[in-house]
Ligand binder design. Structure first.
Ligand code: GLU
Length: 556
């Protein structure tokens, strides 16, 4: 092993001792049981819904316990960085109400919070491990390592840098000095404990309970090549150093990291640091024919946060849904209670929960149904400012009409309408109230009138008669009585039953007559109470739209 001086000479002379960092980032003064959680997204892509799901659990555990939730940017893979990723994180967290308590924007004394800015910290700890004989320089080239893997495969032994295959583990000091003197690039490898081969690592996962795994035997790289600048750590080393110095108590992360816990435990032990607690969460899944698979960033649009924000799913509905995926107990509760109840780690499933968009839409519709017209108008406008600019002008120019339209079967009723499930559905569901968003039917043969099943002539005759008799009555029942009267005068049976009993005596029934008016006013065979719709539209619009059915006059 190299002497201490030789090891120190490999690092800057002013590199602080680990004690310095220990004092610089002292244990947090928090009450017993307070959890410090963190999310460590890499800016190699945009945050996806699984990231929000994990953040939500982090936020829940820390806020419930008066702890702290930290955001750490894991940017050790600089080549794969995507521009704008960090800004997208910030926007997504804000939308879902899971912004961190501490990060580079809201520093809390444990920063910097981007790994690329923590180079010296990692170097202090790597040097310390080298001084203790628990890490060493390795000069193997990637060609040598690839070659070795082939030999291992041919011999049927586990591949990796371990035991006698760890070519620089027990190299002579002179060989090491020679490489250093020649300027050969080197990485720092952790020296796995000698007794690792054949032993087991045991730990308790807060979600899964006691787990056991083969102990790590690989001499894992902890500091990347000396030929790179900044010279950054690998994930394993950064996790141990950062989660210790940021005084994280509970590491909540994806289950793909379970198999790395053995090396992490060895690193904590070698640095004589207290271990963090782990909770490994199951990934969000998607139903596919014959089974399920992980939601895929590449294949599934619904993996992206932007999908939900762009469609206009309100954040509380999303959070209600995601909380239900974490703890199914919460799915059955009304939204407010589900948001107030804690997420319990031991109730998180081990099998990945399915993301079901139909279910989410229902939850979202239920949530929007609890909002007032004013609230809907405000949230819709906020959404439209970003995603549907031309809608903003329509909403602003017709504010009274909008509120009246939203009030139909919403204000003062026990069971408000659940017709609007996302903000992007607004045009489709409420668009007909606004002349700017509605295309009147084009004469009695318009295809939107076809489902009624009457000849265009019959449709025109009735529309014309109804228009001629039209009174803008405010009372919905009275309004409908006038429709009934005109229908009776023009050969429509008063009920479907009456019509069916004497088909040849009638043109159709009151149902067909009212459908003519409904399609004329709304463009659809389904709508809220027609009298109320007509009252909100106002007589001018009603007459113009009836004219459009007749097809021979221009609009009023
Ligand atoms: N940067 C890691 C990732 O994006 C974070 C894993 C962790 O939470 O420790 O997968």
């Amino acid at each position: 092993m190299l002497s201490r001086d030789e090891i120190d000479a490999l690092f800057p002379a002013d590199l602080p001792e680990v004690e310095y960092w220990e004092q610089h980032y002292p244990p947090r003064e928090l009450a017993d049981g307070a959890e410090v959680t963190r999310l460590g997204p890499s800016p190699t892509g945009f945050i996806h819904i699984g990231g929000i799901y994990a953040a939500m659990i982090d936020v829940d555990r820390s806020r419930r316990t008066d702890g702290v939730y930290v955001l750490r940017i894991e940017d050790t893979d600089r080549a794969r960085e995507v521009e704008g990723a960090i800004e997208q994180f910030e926007r997504a967290f804000a939308y879902f109400g899971v912004s961190p308590d501490e990060d580079d924007v809201r520093p809390g004394g444990y920063g910097p919070y981007a790994q690329s800015a923590r180079e010296r910290i990692y170097h202090s700890y790597a040097r310390e491990l080298m001084r203790r004989g628990r890490a060493y320089p390795c000069f193997a080239t990637s060609e040598q390592l690839q070659e070795q893997t082939k030999v291992q495969q041919a011999q049927g032994v586990p591949s990796g840098y371990w035991g006698k295959w760890a070519m620089w583990r027990d190299a002579s000091d002179d060989d090491v000095r020679e490489q250093l003197a020649a300027g050969t690039p080197w990485v720092v490898r952790f020296r796995a404990p000698d007794d690792a081969i054949g032993s087991r690592a045991r730990f308790v996962d807060e979600i899964r309970g006691p787990l056991e795994h083969d102990a790590n035997r690989n001499d894992t790289v902890i500091l990347k090549s000396s030929a790179t600048s900044p010279r950054l750590p690998t994930y394993h080393f950064a996790h141990v150093v950062d989660d210790h110095l940021m005084r994280i108590t509970l590491v909540i992360r994806g289950e793909e990291w379970i198999s790395s816990v053995p090396v992490h435990l060895q690193l904590f032990e070698a640095l004589e640091l207290p271990q963090v607690r782990y909770a490994h969460i199951a990934p969000l899944m998607k139903q596919i024919p014959g089974g399920k698979r992980k939601l895929s960033k590449r294949k599934d649009p619904e993996a992206s946060v932007d999908f939900y924000v762009g469609e206009g799913f309100p954040a509380p509905a999303m959070l209600h849904y995601l909380r239900g995926l974490a703890n199914s107990r919460l799915a059955d509760m009304p939204l407010e209670r589900a948001l107030a109840e804690p997420i319990l780690l031991d109730e998180c499933g081990v099998a990945g929960p399915l993301v079901d968009l139909a279910k989410l839409r229902d939850i979202s519709g239920d949530h929007i149904a609890t909002l007032t017209g004013e609230q809907i108008a405000a949230e819709l406008r906020t959404w439209a400012l970003r995603f549907d600019e031309s809608l903003v002008a329509v909403l602003d120019d017709n504010r009274e009409l909008l509120l009246q339209a939203l009030a139909i079967e919403r204000d003062g009723v026990d069971n408000p309408r659940k017709d609007l499930r996302t903000w992007s559905e607004f045009r489709e569901v409420y668009g007909y109230f606004f002349d700017e968003l509605f295309t009147p039917v084009d004469g009695p043969a318009d295809e939107r009138l076809a489902p009624i099943g009457l000849e265009p002539d019959a449709i025109r005759t009735f529309a014309e008669a109804f228009r001629a008799a039209y009174q803008p009555l405010a009372d919905s029942a009275e309004w409908f009585d006038q429709l009934r009267a005109v229908a009776a005068e023009h050969g429509f049976a008063g009920s479907v039953k009456e019509f069916k009993q004497n088909r040849d005596q009638f043109v159709g029934s009151i149902r067909e007559a009212s459908q003519i008016v409904r399609v004329a006013l709304t463009g659809s065979t389904r709508s809220p109470d027609l009298g109320q719709v007509a009252a909100v539209l106002g007589a001018d619009r009603v007459l113009a739209r009836l004219d459009a059915v007749v097809g021979s006059r221009t609009t009023a």
